[in-house]
Write a protein that binds this ligand. Structure first.
Ligand code: COA
Length: 143
């Protein structure tokens, strides 16, 4: 049986090496996002989330100070196992703890159903970012 998923939350200084390695695989290599767009300088200002199975880091996400969730990435071999869902729930819970009234994100359109299953609703017109079609999505937070 494979070990259970565990989640870590922290800053870029502590999680950046592992989170950066996943984002390089997923965004820069797999999706061909230009390096200068991926490394946008915001990471030191974000809370970061890492999902592990055993000692292996499989996925990551970040929460910006303004309640924006982004850079949600799960290694191809680990998709469809709930890793992305666990990361999103951790980021949403963190936003809630920080007093945000809503969380927002720019969703790649292929991942709309993933975010809809987490309570996000799309708004506005489709736009291109790094050549990839996106839609803004929002989820209100209660309490
Ligand atoms: N299309 C439709 N539904 C999807 C989906 C997709 N591409 N990916 C996941 N889902 C659904 C799952 O079926 C699941 O639904 P369920 O709970 O009803 O079974 C739910 O979303 C959660 O799936 P999960 O296994 O947690 O997702 P994941 O670990 O595979 O992560 C991504 C999803 C999008 C983060 C992952 O596919 C990924 O990293 N893709 C490449 C990078 C990327 O595009 N990131 C998003 C940038 S906006």
């Amino acid at each position: 049986m494979s070990p259970a998923l565990t989640l870590q939350e922290g800053d870029w200084a502590s999680l950046g090496e592992a989170a950066g390695a996943i984002r390089r695989c997923v965004f820069i290599v797999e999706q061909q996002v230009p390096q200068e767009e991926e490394w946008d300088g915001l990471d030191p200002h974000c809370r970061h989330f890492l999902a592990y199975r055993g000692r292996q880091a499989l996925g990551t996400a970040r929460l910006l100070p303004d309640g924006h969730i982004g850079r949600v990435a799960v290694l191809a071999k680990a998709r469809g196992q709930g890793v992305g869902r666990d990361l999103m729930e951790a980021a949403i819970a963190c936003a809630q703890r920080h007093g945000h009234r809503r969380v927002v994100l720019s969703a790649q359109t292929h991942a709309l159903a993933f975010y809809e299953s987490l309570g996000f609703v799309s708004q506005g017109e489709e736009f291109l970012d790094a050549g990839i079609p996106h839609l803004e999505m929002v989820r209100p937070l209660t309490g």
